[in-house]
Design a protein around this ligand. Structure first.
Ligand code: SF4
Length: 416
């Protein structure tokens, strides 16, 4: 078995998990946090790459799920000596880093709320679940997405309600002490008031902190809600369609199917993609549940709209309805992620242009550049991406300054 490159290792760790022996000290590393949908319930790792792309790959390695206990990968080392992941199948060792837990995690906001109960780092960005528990959890029987544990996390691992003040103070701390540039607000299904409810958070962060802001809620039929958020300065929207085959969508996401319908996800994504710069909108998919060819078709559908796919490798999260399901196979996931990069290249999506946004819960499309063969077309795309990054720097510098958002002012930009 050949040595894996950094992206292949990331994929294999998502598929097989990581064992952490009791005698390996995790002392100052970021603790395991069950917040939001529960996908960040693993150990945050950084895999440095030696490749021509010079990336540092951030990932959240599954460690508590049952499949992870059988993983061939073991963590070894310490913060002082350095950590490595050892593959028991061929004795290969891969250097990794365990990012430190930021000091602000343990501090309280002026209202006395521990900041890590407001938001957490997931890679290099700040993730905050801003709304009350997703309403799919309150139906009888529940209509929650079968892979999700939001209903068990919001109000337990994190505060049930986040005030605007708590969010602003946490964003400030994350920006000043962890160099965060991007905050991602999500909030599940809130009927037709989700977009309206998130406005006050967006306005406050844009005016008082100065961060790039992403919003991820179930889609709403009245698209003027997106217009208002774009006018307030939202940089990024993501739409979690998850599965492409309608039967799989209905089976895994019964609430989304019954209350919204799959088509609305694509319509809202298309609408936002038409209003924001290329690469500012994403379509989220879970790979490893439905047949791979469906996932590949979804990737093509999303990139055709000028959006980028964020692919989450299915994790049978503890406490979810699918906790006993098997994780996917490495070879299948490698194919999917190679397809993500290839589709972004074909459709000229400017991935990785925004500064310092590394998402640990998914394989970032630009991580997947490591899977591509170094053809002239790939090298051309990489040069184009580098030029796009340089050209976008002044724009993002402006958007990272606190400013007064103007309703109707038409402030747009890309967080791709
Ligand atoms: S919409 Fe689905 S994935 Fe999102 S919070 Fe609700 S149940 Fe979870």
């Amino acid at each position: 078995m050949a040595r894996l490159n950094a992206c292949e290792l990331e994929i294999d760790l998502f598929c097989r998990g990581l064992r952490v022996p009791d005698d390996v000290p995790l002392a100052d590393a970021r603790g395991i946090r069950r917040t939001r949908a529960g996908l960040g319930s693993g150990l945050e790792l950084v895999i440095p790459t030696q490749s021509w792309l010079k990336r540092r790959i951030w990932m959240n390695a599954p460690v508590v799920e049952r499949f992870a206990q059988q993983s061939p990968y073991t963590l070894m080392g310490s913060q002082a000596r350095g950590y490595a992941v050892r593959d028991e199948r061929n004795a290969e060792q891969y250097a990794v880093e365990l990012p430190l837990e930021p000091l602000w995690y343990r501090r309280e906001t002026s209202r006395g709320v521990q900041m890590s109960r407001v938001g957490v780092l997931q890679g290099t960005y700040l993730g905050i679940y801003v709304n009350p528990v997703c309403a799919f959890w309150s139906y009888d029987p529940p209509l929650n997405c079968r892979f999700c544990t939001t209903g068990a996390n919001v109000g337990c691992g994190e505060s049930a309600i986040k005030s605007v003040e708590d969010v602003v103070e946490t964003c400030h701390a994350a920006r000043e002490e962890s160099g965060v540039t991007f905050v991602h607000f999500n909030g599940g299904f809130q009927g037709s008031r989700g977009l309206r409810d998130v406005e006050s958070y967006v306005r406050a962060v844009k005016e008082r902190v100065g961060l790039l802001v992403g919003v991820q809620l179930t889609p709403e039929k009245d698209f003027t809600g997106y217009d208002r958020l774009i006018d307030l300065g939202v940089d990024h929207f993501s739409f979690c369609v998850e599965l492409f085959d309608p039967a799989w969508f209905a089976r895994i996401c019964p609430g989304k199917e019954r209350m919204l319908g799959q088509r609305l996800f694509f319509d809202a994504m298309d609408y936002c993609a038409s209003r924001l710069p290329r690469g500012a909108v994403s379509g989220e998919l879970i790979a490893g549940l439905e047949p791979i060819d469906n996932t590949m078709a979804a990737i093509d559908r999303i990139t055709s709209a000028g959006a980028f796919p964020t692919v989450c490798i299915f994790r049978p999260t503890v406490g979810s309805d699918l906790e006993d399901w098997a994780p996917p196979e490495f070879a299948d996931m490698r194919r999917v992620l190679e397809g993500v990069y290839e589709a972004c290249r074909r459709h000229r999506i400017p991935i990785g242009v925004a500064p310092n946004i590394e998402v640990s819960l998914v394989v970032n499309p630009d991580d997947a550049a490591l899977l591509a063969r170094r053809t002239p077309a790939v090298l051309g795309y990489e040069l184009w991406r580098r030029a796009a990054r340089a050209a976008a720097r002044p724009l993002f510098a402006r958007r990272l300054r606190p400013r007064t958002a103007r309703l109707g002012g038409g402030v747009t930009g890309s967080a791709g």
